[in-house]
Design a protein around this ligand. Structure first.
Ligand code: 6PG
Length: 235
């Protein structure tokens, strides 16, 4: 898996925005739309603010969530709150289609199934195959998690569902995309910044299945890291 190392987190964010913009233009030219899945966390926020300033065909861009925490509407724990705030930093993006994960539903497992059905409808895939998203953004946790696929959670072993409800992690249950849909993506873009990620980055690059991030398909993946996160890499 290719890795590009940059001087700092801002350089990573700008590079990530350029890549997503390029992938969006290519997908829209080829298929008339761009299906983008965004993780939570802090790393994507600057990248999204830079992306929002791009002059893209936003009405053809469909944004889904990789994961979301079970918290009330507007709660700062909600990834969608930060995703929308970053995107709305530019007037261009108002016409983009954003699909929040339904974490306020009474029956969260049923809601996860509805989100999966929405993904299939968006991607236009047959029910027999996982929907193919054009680009999935992933982050890397200091414990090797990605999305809300965290160490020891039974959700790591789900092979027959696209969206699932997790156990408790950092005070919150979550809804997350599962490996089948992550691993079917046309492109995976990892944004990894900060010294706390340094121990896990070599394990990700080695596809170490001992960490959840190591189990994500690397065939069409690219890692963008800053120097503090790359200190444990050889050379
Ligand atoms: C979440 C995120 C999570 C994130 C990693 C890295 O909802 O917590 O989806 O998986 O991607 O924790 O977070 P940073 O982007 O802050 O490094």
């Amino acid at each position: 898996m290719q890795i590009d190392v940059f001087s700092d987190a801002d350089a990573v964010a700008c590079a990530g925005a350029r890549i997503i913009a390029s992938e969006a233009r290519a997908a829209i030219a080829a298929r008339g739309r761009f299906l983008l899945a965004l993780s939570g966390g802090t790393t994507p926020l600057r990248m999204l603010a830079v992306l929002a300033a791009e002059n893209l065909p936003w009405p053809q861009i469909h944004i889904v969530q990789v994961d979301e925490r079970f918290a009330p509407a507007g709660d700062p724990d909600r990834n969608i709150v930060h995703l929308r705030r970053s995107l709305e930093s530019s007037p261009h993006t108002a016409t983009a289609h954003v699909y929040p994960m339904p974490v306020e539903a009474a029956d969260l497992n049923a809601a996860a199934g509805k989100y999966a059905a929405m993904l299939r409808a968006l991607a236009g895939e047959p029910a027999s195959a996982p929907p193919v998203l054009d680009l999935v953004h992933l982050g890397l946790g200091a414990d090797g998690h990605t999305a809300s696929l965290v160490p020891g959670d039974p959700v790591l072993n789900i092979a027959d569902r696209l969206v699932a409800v997790t156990g408790m992690y950092w005070r919150r249950q979550r809804m997350t995309l599962t490996y089948p849909v992550l691993n079917a993506a046309r492109r995976i873009l990892w944004l990894v910044t900060g010294p706390e990620k340094a121990p896990m980055l070599p394990r990700l690059l080695d596809a170490d299945v001992g960490i959840p991030a190591g189990r994500v398909n690397q065939a069409e993946a690219l890692v963008l890291a800053d120097r503090p996160a790359a200190t444990a890499l050889p050379g």
